[in-house]
Design a protein around this ligand. Structure first.
Ligand code: ADP
Length: 652
């Protein structure tokens, strides 16, 4: 078993540093109104005494009066903490689980008292800013404490942990918190972006080998949280570097999205649209979601609650100022702020994607190009319309199928915005993708639906016979090829009040009312003319097709397969089977082209001799042909080959 680099107990340091950082914030705030608090060089220090086995965390922040020490520290302020401590000692009575069960840590608010996970005695010395005396508090975490007067050269608080003995038998649990590298790692992980420097003393080798070693201060944290700096003050390189840090991806992101949420709650976020899909995008174990910080202190990786699954490719950080540091996953799910933040994030991400689709450059590029009303820097206005932006096509290629998952939910809040983002191949131009908006703007007079065809690949459907009548009428058809397409198209049903209609289902009715009437009458005529032949085919193919009828969608091909209006399509059936379900076997409908010269020929053959064995062979070959045009695959290749061979020998 591989042990994690980090231990659950490590968070004690995060908690103490966060308290120190809050105390420094409070001092800075009080300085705004009190000129007598002239403190400078605000910082946090970690000091280690290896011989005495102590670690202390100090700050020169606001400090506490004696009363405040009693109120805030002396009694266990939060009821959860007492339970937490009892549970720890219970758990630790059992010699086999000398470590703290991680679920306990998530379950309770931990705060200051979490230090008792690693220390058997804690001393706190605090001096309130503006006062001259300090207070010493000491406890072994058993519920009692001692108080005394003390001295402290400056305002602030020092918390000294008398560490429990390191346990050599449980090396991974008995981490040595007096080791520099252990402390440094923990600070880097949880407190890297804390606003104040976190310093630790270390020995530095002299320039010459003979030089004595000297003690110097080292700052452990970078303090560079770029998410709460205004966009204009951060360079592109900085954004990209930070992306590497959060996403562990060495390619550049396509967009950086800084977000500031103000009002009833305060949060900052820096999100990224990656340029390529991670290998595990469709795996349940994918590392996803954004990192969660609370006031620059790291709280958790992969915070799924802040991003819906259909945006799981978005990376970045969210810093929610009003959450508690001790939020656990369970608490997050119930927290009322989370949906509010999430809604804002989703809104901004979708708006960014929409901008990208429209070829609008990064907000900042626009700002830089500002003052130029013609928008030559690439703003949406002022430019001749052009195809979908290349960056967006890359996003769509990588994440389109994931975004479309959002359209599967029955009541997705952002459905309309997601529909706006959809682009697809189209019969309008072979080499250009089209958005639904593009499509609607090109709809013909009298056209009342958005027509689409879904299939396994562009090559397979771009030449489908089903397109013929639409091409003849000049109607554009969108071509969808992702496995998820049929499912969401089925549910989306409308875009801007125009129904999304599959051209492989039901009967096709194109043109004006008059045209439709005429076409229906003409088809009726033909239907009567060929009724006996159609009935014959129906009987011949009854095991394989639901119906044989004349088609109004073909102009040059002899046959095609379609689905009944409300039936599952063959691909949907396949998908359900892959999901382990057993959908009822649904037979397709075979349509014959009444205008094709083959039909009168077959009819003549039938009229001459209803028992002509070649008729059955024709039926098989026609069905095979329809299958090939539909999916490029035959349900019974050997049977088709045999029928074809027969035809060559005995054909008309
Ligand atoms: P929390 O920080 O979540 O409120 P803690 O148990 O960690 O809970 O701390 C309780 C209180 O003690 C804090 O709210 C704060 O008022 C006070 N406190 C803790 N550490 C410090 C410190 N370093 N400086 C000043 N006050 C502190």
């Amino acid at each position: 078993m591989v042990h994690s680099l980090y231990s659950d107990k490590d968070i004690f340091l995060r908690e103490l540093i966060s308290n120190a950082s809050d105390a420094l914030d409070k001092l800075r705030f009080e300085q705004l109104t009190r000129t007598d608090l002239a403190a400078s060089d605000l910082h946090i220090r970690i000091d280690v005494d290896r011989t005495a086995r102590t670690v202390s965390v100090s700050d020169n922040g606001i400090g506490m009066t004696r009363d405040e020490v009693v109120k805030n520290i002396g009694t266990i302020a939060r009821s959860g903490t007492r339970e937490f401590l009892t549970s720890i000692s219970e758990a630790q009575k059992d010699a086999q689980t000398r470590n703290v069960p991680p679920e306990l840590i998530g379950q309770f608010g931990v705060g200051f008292y979490s230090a008792f996970m690693v220390a058997d005695r804690i001393t706190l010395v605090s001096r309130r800013a503006g006062q001259t005396t300090a207070t010493r508090w000491e406890s072994t975490g058993d519920g009692s404490y001692t108080l005394a007067e003390a001295e402290r050269p400056t305002q602030g608080t020092t918390v000294t942990l008398h560490l429990k003995p390191a346990d050599p038998e449980h090396s991974e649990h008995g981490r040595d918190y007096t080791a520099d590298h252990v402390l440094k790692d923990i600070v880097k992980r949880y407190s890297d972006f804390v606003t104040y420097p976190i310093r630790m003393q270390r020995w530095r080798d002299g320039d010459q080998p003979s030089d004595p070693k000297v003690l110097e201060d080292e700052t452990l944290n970078s303090m560079k949280a770029i998410w709460d700096r205004p966009r204009g003050e951060v360079t592109d390189t900085e954004y990209k570097e930070f992306y590497r840090h959060v996403a562990h991806d060495w390619t550049d992101p396509l967009r950086s999205i800084p977000i500031k949420i103000e009002g009833t709650l305060e949060a900052y976020a820096l999100l990224y649209i990656p340029g390529k899909a991670p290998f595990d995008l469709y795996s349940a174990e994918m590392k996803r979601g954004v990192q969660l910080y609370v006031k620059r202190v790291f709280v958790m990786d992969e915070c799924k609650e802040l991003m819906p699954t259909h945006l799981r490719f978005v990376r970045g950080v969210v810093d929610a100022h009003d959450l508690s540091l001790n939020v656990s996953r369970e608490i997050l799910q119930k927290d009322r702020q989370i949906p509010v933040i999430r809604k804002q994030l989703v809104k901004k991400v979708l708006a960014t994607l929409e901008d990208m689709k429209r070829g609008k450059l990064d907000e900042r590029s626009e700002e830089l190009g500002g003052g130029d009303p013609a928008g030559s820097a690439g703003g949406a206005g002022g430019k001749a319309p052009r195809g979908i932006d290349d960056d967006y096509l890359a996003v769509w290629a990588a994440f389109g199928p994931v975004l479309k998952e959002g359209l599967l939910a029955f009541a997705a809040a952002d459905k309309d915005k997601l529909l706006d983002l959809v682009v697809a191949h189209s019969t309008h131009a072979a080499d250009k993708m089209a958005s639904l908006d593009d499509y609607v703007s090109r709809m013909k007079e009298g056209q009342d639906a958005i027509y689409f065809l879904a299939g396994p690949s562009y090559e397979a459907i771009a030449r489908s016979p089903l397109l013929e009548a639409f091409t003849a009428k000049g109607y554009e058809v969108l071509l969808f090829t992702d496995p998820v397409d049929e499912l969401w198209l089925e549910r989306a049903s409308k875009f801007k009040d125009k129904p999304l209609t599959s051209i492989s289902r039901g009967e096709v009715k194109l043109g004006s009312d008059d045209e439709r009437k005429q076409a229906a009458e003409a088809l009726d005529e033909k239907q009567k003319e060929f009724a006996d032949l159609l009935a014959y085919f129906r009987v011949q193919l009854q095991d394989e097709v639901k119906e044989v009828r004349l088609s109004s969608r073909l102009t040059s091909s002899p046959v095609c397969l379609v689905s009944d209006e409300h039936d599952l399509t063959p691909r949907m059936q396949k998908m359900l089977e892959q999901l382990g379900q057993k959908p009822p076997r649904i037979k397709p409908i075979l349509e014959l082209n009444p205008a094709h010269p083959l039909l009168p020929k077959l009819h003549a053959l039938f009229a001459a001799n209803k028992a002509d064995p070649r008729l059955a062979t024709y039926a098989q070959v026609l069905l095979g042909q329809a299958h090939l045009a539909d999916s490029g695959q035959l349900p019974d290749p050997a049977g088709f080959a045999r029928a074809l061979g027969d035809l060559m020998l005995h054909g008309v």
